[in-house]
Design a protein around this ligand. Structure first.
Ligand SMILES: C[S@@+](CC[C@H](N)C(=O)[O-])C[C@H]1O[C@@H](n2cnc3c(N)ncnc32)[C@H](O)[C@@H]1O
Ligand code: SF4
Length: 304
């Protein structure tokens, strides 16, 4: 994935209701915001010479009826990589997937949070959404080679699904064509902060489960196969021997007052007072700010 992207806030509504969602704020007063229209899109998407990549996200972008037009406009403006981040439910409609891809979409990230309906829907709190998301993934994978699409999945790890990591990855690897299986550790914002106690799982516990899953997968797929898996916002010092699986976060931008502005996702994470001598200091994302406040950082062990 490219590391710098222009992020487009594409929707103010969602057809899922994820218990961990950082986007789900009670105040959706921007529901009728001008930037959700084609005119608004033109303002917030001015071509920035240094950026070739655009990402449609926030709430559920496929609920914005202008999405196909946005993609066409992005292509006309010269963006080479046009990516959609989605829960994938509306991609279960094959004709809609065709429309988006023909408009110029080049990359899709589909969020899927478990290897079974029960686990996924316990997190999305949306009955029968799982079948649609899986169908959406199948539809996009079917077009991958024809349109040279990049297809990634995103899964958010919480106490309710982290023991499922191995089965989830195994199921996604069976698609054979997924470019990257991205596992996101929790940002404790929005719903995730509200339901902190129900969702919390320590970085150490996650690292242990992740390593166990990788070892088991390596035994099935053979040591030589490079598994296309990244775990995001995971402190390097807990990933000894598995550092190559730690994702380096992209740098997201958006347009504010006609200027390119960095989305301060980094303000959601922090390095701790013990991090400075660590050899991974520069690359490591640190840990979630709320996690640091509530739990601390005693589990971290800087590598000198
Ligand atoms: C906020 S959603 C918006 C796009 C779309 N609705 C989706 O689910 O992909 C973007 C991604 O952020 C992830 N996400 C949401 N809340 C999160 C949180 N508190 N911590 C980590 N990832 C989160 C979702 O699982 C999803 O992969
Ligand atoms: S993570 Fe995506 S699908 Fe889930 S509630 Fe948030 S915006 Fe909707």
């Amino acid at each position: 994935m490219d590391n710098d992207r222009l992020t487009i806030f594409t929707s103010a509504a969602c057809n899922n209701n994820c218990v961990f969602c950082s986007d789900r704020k009670p105040d959706l007063s921007f529901k009728n915001a001008a930037w959700l229209t084609p005119e608004g899109f033109l303002k917030q998407s001015k071509k920035i010479e240094s950026l070739d990549s655009m990402l449609f996200t926030t709430c559920e972008p496929t609920l914005n009826k202008n999405l196909t037009n946005f993609i066409k406009l992005a292509k006309q403006k010269g963006y080479k990589h046009i990516c959609l981040q989605t829960n994938g439910r509306l991609l279960s409609y094959g004709s809609y997937v065709d429309e988006l891809v023909k408009a110029g979409l080049t990359e899709v990230n589909i969020s899927i949070h478990g290897s079974s309906k029960k686990i996924h829907e316990a997190l999305t709190r949306t009955p029968n959404g799982y079948a649609q998301t899986v169908q959406g993934l199948k539809n996009i994978v079917a077009l991958k080679d024809i349109f040279r699409l990049k297809v990634n999945t995103c899964s958010t790890l919480t106490k309710l699904n982290y023991k499922n990591i191995y089965f989830l990855i195994k199921m996604l690897l069976a698609f054979e064509k997924i470019d990257c299986i991205i596992l996101n550790t929790l940002m404790y914002a929005g719903n995730a902060d509200k339901f902190f106690n129900q969702l919390f799982v320590s970085y150490s516990e996650l690292a242990k489960e992740f390593k166990k899953a990788i070892d088991k997968l390596k035994r099935s797929y053979g040591d030589k196969k490079e598994l296309p898996i990244k775990i995001e916002t995971m402190p390097f010092c807990l990933m000894g021997g598995y550092e190559n699986y730690v994702g380096i976060p992209e740098t997201p931008y958006y347009i504010k007052n006609k200027e390119k502005t960095m989305l301060h996702r980094s303000s959601a994470t922090t390095k701790t007072p013990i991090c400075s001598p660590c050899r991974h200091y520069k690359l490591c994302s640190g840990i979630d700010v709320t996690y640091a406040e509530k739990i601390g950082w005693l589990e971290l062990a800087p590598i000198k």
